[in-house]
Design a protein around this ligand. Structure first.
Ligand code: C2E
Ligand code: MG
Ligand code: MG
Ligand code: MG
Length: 287
């Protein structure tokens, strides 16, 4: 009976457990080195008011340049950073860098735009995010609402009591909180009832075919109604074409974000995109 032997012959073509764990160790040490050598950067994606088209806020997205000029996707290093605890240090750097960029943004006349930073569930549970945001706001002398955070549903589920306390302190200090990827996690209506959440971000999976799929449309409508009746705003993520944008606008979605409107971009490109405010010395021409 050769069945067992054939299976044995197949094995060398799959990476073994040992090979996988060596690859993970290598990646973790590359991440650690990336932090030490300041290799990370932030890109910014505008979030627009759906009805006026005005930029209302920005989402900071972590970028790690690779040797070939591309970026290592966050999905490839964030899960491992969470498992190794490196996310705590990365998260601290992200907050710092977002604050630094807000100072530069204000200098260019765009200080009214808030910057939303993604906080992973591990970071939310292991660190005092409210205190960290507060500290960075003080250190850079930023306005109260200059920084906001985005959490996923999983952040709120693990330890309800401490999540509740952290959320209350964030709210009290004027740090807005959005619930990211809404509808794809393990949702509980109880936390929507009890926690101070400023906005829900409808996940891209529901936005992608909203104008063509009646079920996606129903889910988007339900999320918009849920948010509004609870006094929260709604952001649609991953808006990639005019049909999606038109549908969301008609359905009363407050904010839109996606490639159709603007891609995530480096800070310099962001300043160009925002059109620097007219210098104060520019003479105002009478009408
Ligand atoms: P997210 O927070 O849901 O961010 C939105 C993702 O969708 C970003 O991917 C963004 O580039 C992408 N996106 C925006 N508009 C469109 C669109 O129209 N179409 C498509 N297909 N994609 C769009 P990105 O930058 O690769 O980030 C992926 C995820 O990594 C983020 O999802 C977030 O969960 C995480 N992440 C990014 N930066 C950070 C960070 O600084 N800290 C933590 N903890 N997580 C981060
Ligand atoms: Mg996000
Ligand atoms: Mg999202
Ligand atoms: Mg996501």
């Amino acid at each position: 009976h050769f069945h067992g032997e054939n299976q044995g012959l197949m094995r060398p073509f799959e990476p073994s457990m040992a090979e996988r764990s060596i690859e993970r160790l290598r990646m973790a040490s590359r991440i650690r080195q990336g932090i030490e050598q300041n290799e990370f950067m932030l890109h910014f994606q505008p979030i627009l008011d759906a009805s006026t088209g005005q930029v209302e806020k920005l989402e900071a997205l972590l970028r790690w340049p690779a040797a070939d000029g591309t970026f290592v996707p966050p999905e490839e290093f964030i899960p491992l950073s969470e498992q190794t605890g490196l996310i705590v240090e990365i998260g601290r750097w992200v907050l710092d860098e977002a604050a630094r960029c807000h100072v530069a943004l204000a200098r260019a006349g765009h200080g009214h735009l808030s910057i939303a930073v993604n906080v992973s569930a591990v970071q939310f549970q292991r660190t005092d995010v409210a205190a960290d945001v507060h500290a960075v706001i003080e250190r850079f002398a930023l306005p109260r609402g200059a920084l906001a955070i985005e959490l996923t549903e999983s952040s709120l589920m693990a330890n309800r009591r401490s999540a509740m306390s952290a959320m209350r302190r964030l709210s009290a200090q004027g740090t807005h909180v959005s619930l990211d990827d809404f509808g794809t996690g393990f949702s509980s209506m109880a936390y929507l009832r009890d926690l101070p959440i400023d906005a829900l971000k409808i996940d891209r999976v529901f936005v992608s075919d909203v104008y063509a799929n009646e079920r996606s449309a129903s889910i988007c409508r339900a999320i918009i109604t849920l948010a509004h009746t609870l006094g929260m705003g709604v952001v649609a993520e991953g808006v990639e074409n005019p049909a999606q944008q038109a549908w969301l606008m008609a359905a009363g979605c407050d904010f839109v974000q996606g490639f159709q409107l603007a891609r995530p971009m480096a800070f310099d490109a962001l300043l160009a995109y925002l059109h620097p405010a007219e210098p104060a010395s520019t003479p105002v021409r009478p009408a």
